[in-house]
Design a protein. Sequence first.
Lengths: 116, 220
Amino acid sequence: MKQFKAVLFFYVKILIPTVIISTLFAFSDRYVSGLMPVASQISTQIKPELFSLRLFVISFYCFALLFHYIVYEVRYKNEYYFYYNLGLSKLSLWVSNLILTSIITTITVVLWIIFI
Amino acid sequence: MDNLHIDSVLKSYGHNQILTDIFLSVEKGEIIGLLGRNGSGKSTLLKLVFGSIVADRKFVKVGDKRINNLAESINVISYLPQHHFLPNHIKIKTIVDLMCNEKQKNIILSNELIKPHINKKSNQLSVGERRFLEIMLCAFSKSTFSLIDEPFNGLAPKYKEEVKDIIKSQIKEKGFIVTDHDYRNIMDIATRIIILYDGGIKKIEKTEDLIYWGYIPDNM
């Protein structure tokens, strides 16, 4: 239970910037699509939306991994020792990041389907 | 689980052999003072034993349990790195709660130097206060053996005395390997002193041995 709690604390530090940047990306779809003529030709059926769920999910995965790298591998490397002392290895923290990111994106997609 | 057995530790970076066939045994109730010049491999040895870096070869056993990686060292070996390691986005009382059991938690949170800061985050503490908290967390952790890297670095004399008392008070519960360049304080608390020299371990019995192994100049 304590390990699970520690993983959540680990993830929160990545989650906040990831949500902000991914949301901005998702809202920028109609502007970005216009800049990518090839992509818009391929997906002529898909009209640029105010909020693109597809872009949100893709950018959420990318930025969760990118912020993990920037925050823990570059900026606060030594914080790994806190998690090591709780029996969490670097590999288990990367895997936890992927699992939690998958859970969050899945919940977002399900809520989107239900309510929108 | 009263014995930490470290054997056949080999580590090299490129062609530079840092540790050559290290053997060390620590009993519960012992404080091993590990000395050595800068770059002699003290921190590397502690990290290898803890499992946070990979050795070329090592055999680490606590009691009958073989320790191969970090997951196996949980509740058996704790490690205090030489630089601050507490996350700066978690409150101190939550950190203590995560790392300690109820009894140890109460001891730490009731400490006069920690008590005023329990609702703060670690980055709101001074360097010395933060280091003192980290040492307490390591000394009062659930593990049977604690590896402490440079505990006296950046501490005021008052804190240093407190740290020595804390470590000494915990030897009934666990064994320690402590390394620091403040060798006088290490000599005060250690039950046995060793020095890392040329990749191997040498026993220190008197201050003259430190001169012999080139750790302190002979005019001291």
